[in-house]
Design a protein around this ligand. Structure first.
Ligand code: SF4
Length: 64
């Protein structure tokens, strides 16, 4: 299964990912972007976030 990941070293906290896909991307207590663990990711919304991410730091990873 593929899961979205964020490379935090390139993230500039623009907020676009959680605006476009709030089910998947959230701010954690430390103020960093966190990928929520879901059984089924909304692929289209995530692709949209990948396309619009200012830091170009969201990508799909194979897991499981
Ligand atoms: S869209 Fe990209 S740069 Fe912006 S907050 Fe999300 S991960 Fe960070």
């Amino acid at each position: 299964m593929k899961t979205p990941e964020v490379d935090l070293s390139d993230c500039n906290m623009c907020g676009i990912c959680f605006d476009l896909c709030p089910t998947t991307f959230q701010l954690n207590e430390s103020g960093y972007i966190e990928v929520v663990h879901l059984d089924d990711y909304p692929e289209k919304d995530i692709d949209e976030a990948i396309k619009n991410c200012r830091g170009d730091c969201i990508y799909w990873a194979e897991s499981g």
